[in-house]
Design a protein around this ligand. Structure first.
Ligand SMILES: *[C@@H]1O[C@H](CO)[C@@H](O)[C@H](O)[C@H]1NC(C)=O
Ligand SMILES: *[C@@H]1O[C@H](CO)[C@@H](O)[C@H](O)[C@H]1NC(C)=O
Length: 387
């Protein structure tokens, strides 16, 4: 008995030791590198373990459902395009493909890319600046490498979508695409055609929700896995907003009117541009959000809200804390996959990645690790956790 207990104690020690090191991949705005960073959660340190020269400056990166591929925008390319890398491990990334749409409505830059969690795992690209009213659907090979542009679809004149989300994160049930139309001050619902042959293409828009407040600017959104709520970050209003999903085919998005500030009393929202909203993992207990300051002499904000784990309804806003810097064009929060209270935050005003930890009671959060990556302000755009 004694012996078995000792053995299982050793086994759990080994599991803890193994779990202590985590890797992130970080993109850039203008320099052509991907950075692999290691976070040691015992020592609470961040270390640059690999610099991978690439052919793109990816202002936004995201993984395929199985993390075997990394997709990126190319912020610096003349023609907006999307790239894909195969991922053998966090430090072994190899460039595989670049796709470019032929639509005239892709504006000046590719700004967002997200793969569907559901087969056939199509990849959705968004554009910004100029006439960017289009979105692009891309198919992938069996191994996840980008294969071909299969559809360009238009939102509306004046639209420019900065982020999309799927109706649920559930592998088999991502049947609708929700889009945050920042320039068009709207949310959109599109139905994703089912079956492998459809390659993830979209039907005509099923709903456009014009945001009730002028200039609010929904920028990014995330759906709660239970499917009854979506949360949007409003770039212009610097708020997080709760949106109900009224069940049906198609579901209807309906802002509940509940918003939470990403700036303090007395701040002028014109001095800020809110950036990101993301659910914590592994339990989805919190909604993390961040805002950037337009001037590098000001600081941005980071915040977290309670989430009802069963329904997805938002609870209290736990805290609103100043970040270390303005965030530059970034200040993007990236929740870790292993601790609901832990997120990475990126900045390109001086170039760094940080890990922030919420304190036990949720009264605040603080920086526990900081890593400067000075590559002349290319770094750091957003970060994704590999493990
Ligand atoms: C993925 O599949 C495509 C198409 O078969 C192939 O060209 C490419 O080399 C594959 N990539 C990897 C990393 O195996
Ligand atoms: C951050 O990235 C943006 C976008 O490329 C760039 O305009 C800016 O100069 C960079 N640096 C700072 C200090 O914001």
């Amino acid at each position: 008995m004694h012996c078995i207990q000792a053995l299982s104690f050793l086994a759990s020690c080994a599991a803890l030791a193994e779990a202590a090191k985590h890797q992130l991949i970080v993109g850039t705005f203008s320099t052509k590198f991907l950075y692999t960073v290691e976070y040691d959660d015992t020592a609470e340190t961040l270390e640059l373990v690999k610099t991978t020269p690439t052919d793109a400056a990816s202002s936004w990166i995201s993984f395929s459902h199985d993390k075997k591929n990394l997709y990126g925008t190319d912020w610096a390319s003349k023609n907006p395009s999307f790239v894909s890398y195969s991922v053998s491990d966090a430090s072994t990334l190899s460039f595989e493909a670049r796709l470019e749409s032929t639509s005239a409505w892709v504006g000046e830059k590719s700004v967002f890319v997200q793969a569907s969690p559901a087969a056939p795992h199509a990849v959705y690209g968004s554009y910004f600046y100029g006439n960017a009213k289009c979105g692009t659907v891309m198919s992938v090979h069996v191994n996840g490498t980008l294969r071909a542009v299969v559809q360009d679809f238009a939102y509306a004149d004046g639209s420019a979508v900065h982020g999309v989300a799927f109706s649920t994160a559930d592998d088999d049930d991502a049947r609708y695409l929700y889009s945050a139309d920042d320039n068009g001050n709207s949310l959109w619902v599109h139905e994703i055609a089912q079956g492998a042959a459809a390659e993830g293409t979209l039907g005509t828009a099923r709903q456009r929700v014009r945001w009730p407040e002028t200039g609010a600017g929904p920028r990014h959104l995330v759906a709660h896995p239970a499917g009854a709520y979506v949360y949007a970050v409003l770039e212009g209003a610097s708020q997080v907003a709760e949106v109900a999903v009224v069940a049906g085919s198609p579901p209807q998005l309906q802002p509940t009117g509940r918003t939470f500030p990403l700036l303090r009393d007395g701040d002028d929202k014109a001095d800020f541009w809110a950036d990101e909203v993301a659910l914590s993992a592994p339990q989805g207990r919190y909604l993390w959000a961040s805002s950037r300051a337009r001037s590098t002499t000001r600081r941005g904000y980071i915040s977290a809200l309670e989430v009802d784990e069963a329904t997805g309804e938002l609870g209290r806003q736990l805290f609103l804390a100043e970040t270390s810097s303005s965030g530059g064009f970034a200040n993007a929060v990236a929740p870790s996959p292993f601790d609901d209270g832990l997120v990475a935050l990126t900045d390109n005003s001086t170039g760094f990645v940080e890990v922030w930890r919420m304190d036990g009671g949720g009264a605040g959060a603080a920086v526990v690790a900081h890593l400067d990556i000075d590559d002349s302000q290319g770094c750091c755009a957003n970060a994704v956790w590999y493990s």
